[in-house]
Design a protein around this ligand. Structure first.
Ligand code: PDD
Length: 286
């Protein structure tokens, strides 16, 4: 648990870090967020996360709550005050508090909260742990490219996974296409050895882990396709995995009742996990 949390200009003991009951994030989910990894005391892919944060803010027509450089300072300060060497930062900005009314208020100051917590550094073996995923209808809105705090469908769909003893739900649109996971991007390796992840559009979040991995594998000369794939294709795949800031690269060895490949994390999944873990290890030195 964090010890110190930043709330609207103040660093407070975590237990006292509160926002107003009329904060529009609380009442309307009128806000956006980021989850950013910390490795070796360094913020992972900071600029990419802040670029995405900037985009989410502008899609909601929200101003930056503080200057971008100031946010960088606050994140570093919150890492320092919470003595985080490995873990994550959570930041959230909302339209602030105003008497409850749907349209944007004439005047409100955006709220900003920043927290950070430590997590055990994952070993390669732990990161490679086998996982099942289940398929669930994608009941979310049509702007999943915005990292909005409106996560109720994701919460319900993730809970369905937990209750099915699975690590993630892969979300299926009306055409039988896998969009993404509730909190991760989905990947498969087909029988023809094609590495596929869905192309970016408003149906999925542009994952920063996805982006970093695409860059790493391009450097390694591994080819990939960014295109839609169906649940049926995923079930017939040789390998399947999902990626996120917190999950890194997680093998999915079962989708619903279907075993993927030989039921073990596949060679390409292992390779990509190795590249990504090396990349994280090299951030900020050891
Ligand atoms: N979720 N898709 C969705 C719907 C997500 O919520 C996330 C991340 C991702 C992967 O994005 P990234 O690689 O930038 O973490 C894809 C974060 C971790 C969360 O909500 O906790």
């Amino acid at each position: 648990m964090p010890k110190v949390t930043y709330v609207n200009g103040r660093y407070l003991p975590h237990g006292q870090a509160v926002v107003h009951v009329e904060d529009r994030g609380f009442q309307f989910a009128d806000g956006v967020y980021e989850v950013i990894a910390v490795a070796n005391g360094t913020i992972v892919d900071e600029e990419a996360h802040l670029d995405r944060f900037d985009r989410s803010l502008s899609e909601l027509r929200l101003d930056w709550p503080v200057y971008r450089r100031a946010l960088g300072f606050i994140m570093r300060e919150i890492i320092r005050r919470n003595t985080v060497r490995h873990g994550s930062i959570y930041l959230q900005a909302t339209r602030g508090s105003a008497p409850r009314n749907h349209p944007f208020p004439d005047f409100s100051l955006p709220s900003l909260i920043v927290t950070a917590k430590s997590a055990k550094k994952l070993s390669y073996e732990a990161a490679l742990e086998k996982n099942s995923v289940i398929s669930q209808p994608d009941i979310r809105w049509r702007r999943c490219d915005i990292k909005s705090v409106s996560l109720l469908p994701n919460v319900l769909l993730k809970q369905a996974a937990v209750e099915a003893d699975a690590a993630e739900s892969w979300l299926i649109d009306d055409r039988g296409i896998v969009t993404e996971g509730t909190a991760s991007n989905a990947w498969i390796v087909t029988d023809q050895d094609e590495l596929i992840t869905r192309h970016l559009d408003s149906s999925i979040l542009a994952g920063i882990t996805r982006q970093a991995i695409l860059k790493l594998i391009s450097q390694e000369g591994i080819s990939f396709l960014e295109r839609e794939f169906t649940l049926e294709e995923a079930k017939q795949a040789k390998e399947a995995f999902f990626t996120s800031t917190t999950a890194l690269v997680k093998p999915a060895v079962k989708i619903d009742e279907v075993i993927i490949g030989d039921g073990q994390p596949g060679p390409l999944t292992r390779k990509i996990l190795t590249y990504y873990m090396d990349y994280m290890d090299n951030i900020g030195g050891q």
